[in-house]
Write a protein that binds this ligand. Structure first.
Ligand code: SRM
Ligand code: SF4
Length: 572
């Protein structure tokens, strides 16, 4: 195994993005000048890369591209802003501000993301600074929500033992804060902070990480954070309410490119156990191994999952041991039985109520069917607890007192918001990424299309009387995997407008990725392919057997254990 660090900055070998980072004066670039340029709604090319570290992406409205081109206008540029919200928690007062900002600058719409936070879309350049400053006034920021750094740290939003939950939530904040970049650029550019020269980035260095980096914490048996999709996963090991430590997982990730065997989704693997007192250092050192050994030449191969596979798991652990100065302890037994949200009211052991609402495709906005945007804002007016984002694009009204419970329920009813009692479990377990019109990388629709496809899939499930069995369905508009489609028992990945690759066979608990079953098919073909499988599942499943396991037992696809398996010829 080569222990040569490939990542000391070398402009001849390294990708252009590395040079942009090095030359950026710690993420400042020419962002201030770009914001002032009134002739265009865009910002300079290098700044488009750097602004990601500040939690924003430049985008354009793809629905309008052709028309604007015809009119010889530049594309309708605007910006997406993503909040950093460890564990997905916002107080009711914070939510009021975040919602009001969406009303003022973001078309009265908020996006609940698959990593437990809020996004605003369609912010024009002239409003960008006010918007980011406004978010910060609510004591929420967007630092490092995107870019080649550690992103929003996820943690289970809710389970019955409130003490353990509170502790794990604190860990998500601690890890997120610990891994924030040191540069003052964000405060200077967006908050008119004093200009302070940055002399070093103690954890990251001048080139930050080779690629984005993601961390999640899960408390078994709930895998609602999709722990296996993260660069680092921490699985809390507890005795009752007492946290004993964390099993450490590395190398999860979803992104891949169509027909490119070098790229693949990978479920993270367990490499050991850490006591709470060492956990921050373990996380920091894994990140540093990735910083020093990750691929800085080819961005598509730069995620930790490829570093782990290149070094081998044993090799990776050897280097980590060197960095830590000791070996991780043996992993402890754990079991997940659940991946997804639990809807409706639950009461925690401290006597507080929590209501998980089902938000169609994760979009908070008013429509003919339900007035989700207005309803949540009205709840914020009377609620003094929290709004918790789930990792599955839903929202939890959390810490509601007995006396407020009926009032909250009344607002929910008046605004036609779903509490997940009338939908099939399969619809409740479905996820779709944003895709069109804002995502620059979308090849097909997702958020706007999945609900319609689900209507038809539900008809089939009902026809074979399997509508009460939860099947995880995930759809993305491209193979980057933002709704974690490769962890779907049924995954749809956009190939072209109206065309999807159909993947089958992820585990229901979310620890095995799926495999390509049919390529480039339209809606009719999707339904034709799925119906006989549903029919056979209805009559041939074993007791308690989940759909993802059934399709493997029946040979529709092989189980995927590695990147190689993902691309090898399927059976069936
Ligand atoms: Fe993602 C890029 C949206 C979760 C893997 N993702 C993008 C961009 C920024 C497109 C771009 O680069 O121009 C999308 C912006 C669309 C828009 O208009 O908002 C985008 N990703 C999202 C969100 C909003 C999807 C959603 O509907 O909720 C999610 C925001 C999460 C957050 O709050 O931080 C989102 N993205 C994910 C996840 C899921 C997760 O992290 O659990 C993944 C798969 C896990 C992983 O990282 O491997 C994911 N996004 C990607 C990738 C592929 C990365 C790779 O390793 O190859 C890209 C493309 C890239 O980085 O080059 C990408
Ligand atoms: Fe865009 Fe692709 Fe991510 Fe969907 S999966 S949001 S289409 S990058």
């Amino acid at each position: 195994m080569s222990k040569v660090k490939p990542t000391e900055y070398d402009p001849k070998r390294h990708s252009e993005v590395e040079t942009i980072k090095v030359n950026s004066n710690y993420l400042r670039g020419t962002l201030e000048e770009s914001l002032k340029a009134e002739v265009t709604g865009a910002i300079a090319d290098d700044d488009q890369m750097l602004i990601k570290f500040h939690g924003s992406y430049m985008q354009d409205d793809r629905d309008l591209r052709a028309e604007r081109r015809k009119q010889k206008l530049e594309p309708l540029y605007s910006f997406m802003i993503r909040a950093r919200l460890p564990g997905g928690v916002a107080t009711s007062d914070q939510y009021k501000v975040l919602s009001d900002i969406a009303q003022q600058y973001g078309h009265s719409s908020l996006r609940l993301t698959t990593r437990q936070t809020f996004q605003w879309h369609g912010i024009f350049k002239r409003d960008l600074k006010n918007t980011i400053a406004g978010i910060n006034k609510a004591l929420v920021d967007s630092i490092a929500a995107c870019g080649d750094v550690n992103r929003n740290v996820m943690a289970n939003p809710l389970y019955e033992t409130s003490k353990l939950q509170a502790e794990v939530y604190e860990w998500s904040k601690k890890i997120s804060e610990h891994l924030l970049p040191n540069t003052n650029a964000y405060h200077e550019i967006w908050l008119d902070g004093e200009k302070v020269e940055t002399t070093e980035e103690p954890i990251y260095g001048k080139t930050y990480l080779p690629r984005k980096f993601k961390i999640a914490i899960a408390v078994p048996p709930y895998n609602d954070v999709d722990i296996y999709a993260n660069d680092i996963g921490l699985v809390a090991i507890a005795e009752g309410d007492k946290l004993l430590g964390f099993n450490i997982l590395v190398g999860g990730g979803m992104g891949s490119s169509h027909n490119d065997p070098e790229t693949y989704p990978r479920a993270a693997t367990v490499i050991g156990f850490s006591k709470p007192k060492d956990a921050l250092s373990v996380v920091e050192n894994i990140l540093k191994v990735q910083r020093d050994y990750g691929n800085r030449e080819v961005r598509k191969l730069a995620r930790l999952k490829y570093t782990v596979d290149r070094l081998t798991e044993t090799g990776f652990k050897e280097i980590l041991t060197e960095y830590l100065g000791y070996e991780l302890e043996e992993e402890r037994p754990f079991k997940f039985d659940h991946n997804g949200d639990r809807f409706g009211w639950i009461k925690t052991d401290d006597g507080q109520w929590h209501l998980t609402l089902y938000i169609h495709s994760g979009r908070i906005k008013d429509s003919d069917e339900s007035r989700v945007f207005s309803g949540l804002r009205a709840i914020a007016n009377i609620h003094d607890g929290e709004f918790r984002c789930s990792p599955n694009q839903n929202i939890i009204i959390s810490n509601v007192s007995d006396s407020n419970k009926d009032k909250v329920q009344r607002i929910v009813d008046e605004h036609g918001i779903s509490i997940g009692q009338t939908e099939t479990p399969t619809r409740l377990n479905s996820l779709a990424c944003v895709a069109f019109p804002t995502c620059a990388l979308a090849m097909a629709e997702a958020e706007r299309y999945l609900p319609r496809l689900m209507d038809k899939i539900e008809e089939q499930l009902e026809k074979y009387s399997i509508e009460d069995i939860p099947i995880n369905v995930r759809m993305t508009g491209c193979p980057n995997g933002c709704a974690r489609p490769y962890l779907g028992e049924i995954g749809f990945v956009g190939k072209a407008p109206g065309k999807y690759n159909l993947y089958l066979g992820a585990s229901h608990q979310g620890d095995r990725v799926n495999k390509l079953y049919r390529e480039n098919i339209n809606e009719n073909q999707i339904l034709e392919e799925l119906e006989p499988i549903f029919e056979s599942y209805a009559s041939g499943r074993n007791k308690g057997e989940f759909f993802g396991d059934f399709v493997i037992r029946q040979g529709y696809v092989n189980a995927v254990q590695s990147g190689e398996d993902f691309h090898s010829k399927r059976s069936g």
